[in-house]
Design a binder for this molecule. Sequence first.
Ligand code: TXA
Ligand code: MG
Length: 332
Amino acid sequence: MPGRTEILAVDPEHPQPEAIDRAVEHLAAGGLVAFPTETVYGLGADATNPEAVASLFRAKGRPAANPLIVHVLDQDQARLCVSDWSDRASRLAERYWPGPLTIVLPKSPLIPDIVTAGLDTVGVRSPSAPAARALLARLGKPLAAPSANRSNRLSPTLAQHVESDLAGLIDCILDAGPTALGLESTVLDLSGPEPTLLRPGPISREELAGALGKPIREREPAAGGPLTSPGQLPVHYAPNTPAVRIDAADAATFHAQGKIGLVVLGEAPALSQLEPVVRADLPDPETAMRMIYRVLHELDEEGLDLIVIVIPPDEPAWAGIRDRVSRASRRV
Ligand code: TXA
Ligand code: MG
């Protein structure tokens, strides 16, 4: 148990080598370091060190059945983590790495079972944020890194979010300010015969299907069967304040008592009945991706009775946001 968490400010474009060296010291000693990626902050441990990974699960309060994403510098390092780097994987990595795409493939013996929660597959992704790349380059090993929040809480897009969830439980936080994209990576399973989308994200299913020249299955919602990706649990990524979601078409007639916070995703609808004390408008998918967690973190601090989220249209560019909002709220 670290006790004290060292917080090191780094330049988002040119992270200071001294700070990277210090973070790498912690990682090499089996410690836990939160670092910025282009999606959200990750909580990193040396992916080849099972004790370090065990302490990562403890710090997050993460169920042992939920596998971690392994972050790599490039395709060469990815090849060491998987047993068969397929042509499809190469094609997608050429196009989208470094970037917000996680590829699931059969794992190699380099990756301990604890990382993949006993699954015979591993999710690998090469992040583009300079601090993440500097850490990977300097450590020379893959980094197991889930989002740097306590299990089932909102993902962090600012170092302050990490600090309020995990201070005292981890060794170090690299603070490079807000993350660029704001929504977790798209997770694509290439381990079976049919490419399958496990988690929608910044790169849409339609884009990936175009790049592969082949349709991509959407994973059926878990109907009581075993989960391929526990990120698909219905309640996940949630604020503490009760949150409901409504369609834009229902906004004019929706009514609620108490201190209301409103989040409008997409074009603003008519809202004759609702008088929110705070309101955030995120009109386009890029802004919404970048700001959704930050807005929900902020509303969670306002002592509201209810957060009302007007959901965006069912269009490919909004799929990742719709997915996260559906996990963060109840439908009314
Ligand atoms: O953008 C991201 O992906 C961020 C940054 C830090 O890279 N990471 C992230 O990790 O969101 P996490 O652990 O919060 O979510 C990982 C998701 C989970 O839904 C997990 O179940 C799924 O990926 N996953 C990981 N390995 C898998 C595997 N072998 N098979 C199926 N799903 C897997
Ligand atoms: Mg997470």
